[in-house]
Design a binder for this molecule. Structure first.
Ligand SMILES: Cc1ncc(COP(=O)(O)O)c(C=O)c1O
Length: 371
């Protein structure tokens, strides 16, 4: 699904030097490399602050804790996402409100979002799934109209853009707080776990930094109860190297997606991913929809032919035991979510994907439907 070995090989000497440097300095926690990465990442995303944390899940939890919401307040979120999004809401003592997504973009749209808002709705975690931004211009209009605070989950979409007032803006810099993950297979991945939150708000940044460090501002002095969540210096050093190449990585993903689309355009039995106008899709995943209930059959056929594929996600979160038994609300019907879980199939997608491999994958898919 993802060839990190070849990606790393191309920058191996720089990575080795960054790791050696950290070992030499023996500054493994916080320090210069982490500060340098936070500066680089904030500059890239276009926010005043970046606070690095241990992973994307923590980034979401820290972000939502910064809103100081009354227990039980409603937070709108999709059910078609990785579980960490909803998990953060419940961990913070709040109530997830699951809404449907668009069947073409896989993201929440402004209309569905607005319809789910009640007087109890205080925030929303908008997910930019598979590498593409949600329709943020209209979502922000709705959010401002109803005083709903927006947290962006751009764990899968580092570097994706959305047109705001006629100009492209990076996701993660549009809502009040943006949260991302540096899990190895993400658009910008490290060699383990990592994550970060982004904001222009000085108070949120200061509080988030303290919260992620045991609630500590002055050594061994605690104003609030926090957690321990940090990006280590080794990962920060690796990310400082990789962030220089992230735009070229995104270009590789876009090129691979264009080739897939060209090769699969005439396969009537599937639906290829759509790009919303004004959005720079970064294709963290290339996810097709398979019609007529044949998804699992196609997956098996690909597997028999040595081609991996993945189902992101096979079950909606609102139907899972843990979430059914926790406080939540389902807003309206989640028909698209339920159908997508039965139709989606993610094909191999990474920065090293060669044209020949894409051609083989596409012709294997065509063979399957000719059988
Ligand atoms: C949409 C989304 N949110 C949150 C996360 C959590 O990130 P992490 O695995 O770094 O905790 C992920 C990671 O897969 C994700 O895809």
């Amino acid at each position: 699904m993802c060839d990190l070995k070849r990606q790393t090989a191309k920058i191996r000497s720089e990575i080795d030097a960054a790791i050696a440097d950290t070992i030499e300095s023996s500054a493994f926690i916080k320090g210069k490399k982490v500060a340098e990465f936070e500066k680089n990442a904030a500059e890239y995303i276009g926010t005043k602050h970046c606070i690095s944390v241990g992973n994307g899940t923590d980034a979401l939890y820290v972000a939502i804790m910064m809103l100081n919401l009354q227990p039980g307040s409603e937070v709108i979120t999709p059910s078609f996402t990785f579980v960490a999004t909803a998990e953060a809401i419940l961990r913070a003592g709040l109530k997830p409100v699951f809404v449907d997504v668009s069947e073409s973009t896989f993201n929440i749209d402004a209309k569905t979002f607005e319809a789910a808002i009640t007087p109890d709705t205080k925030a929303a975690i908008i997910v930019h799934l598979f590498g593409q931004s949600a329709e943020m211009e209209s979502i922000m209009k709705v959010a401002n109209k109803h005083s709903v605070t927006i947290i962006e989950d751009f764990c899968q979409s580092f570097g994706a853009e959305c047109e705001m007032a006629g100009k492209p803006k990076k996701v993660g810099a549009i809502g009040k707080i943006g949260c991302t993950s540096f899990f190895p297979s993400k658009n910008l991945g490290c060699f383990g776990d990592g994550g970060a939150i982004f904001t222009d708000d000085d108070t949120i940044a200061d509080n988030a930094r303290a919260f992620a460090n045991h609630g500590m501002r002055v050594k061994y002095t605690y104003d609030s109860v926090g957690i321990n969540s940090r990006l280590d210096a080794m990962q920060a050093g690796i990310l400082n190297v990789k962030i220089k190449y992230v735009d070229s990585y995104l270009e590789c993903r876009r090129k691979a997606a264009a080739k897939y689309k060209e090769m699969l355009a005439d396969v009537d039995e599937i639906i290829i991913p759509t790009e919303q106008s004004g959005c720079r899709h970064t294709y963290n995943q290339f996810t097709i929809r398979v019609k007529d209930g044949r998804r699992d059959e196609l997956k098996t056929y690909l597997e028999e032919n040595g081609i991996p594929s993945m189902i992101y996600y096979p079950y909606p979160i609102h139907q899972q035991k843990a979430y059914l038994e926790s406080p939540h609300r389902v807003a309206g019907s989640l028909t698209n979510t339920e159908n997508l879980c039965k139709e989606v199939l993610s094909l191999p997608m990474h920065t090293e994907l060669e044209v020949g491999i894409i051609e083989t994958i596409a012709s294997t898919i065509k063979d399957f439907f000719k059988k």
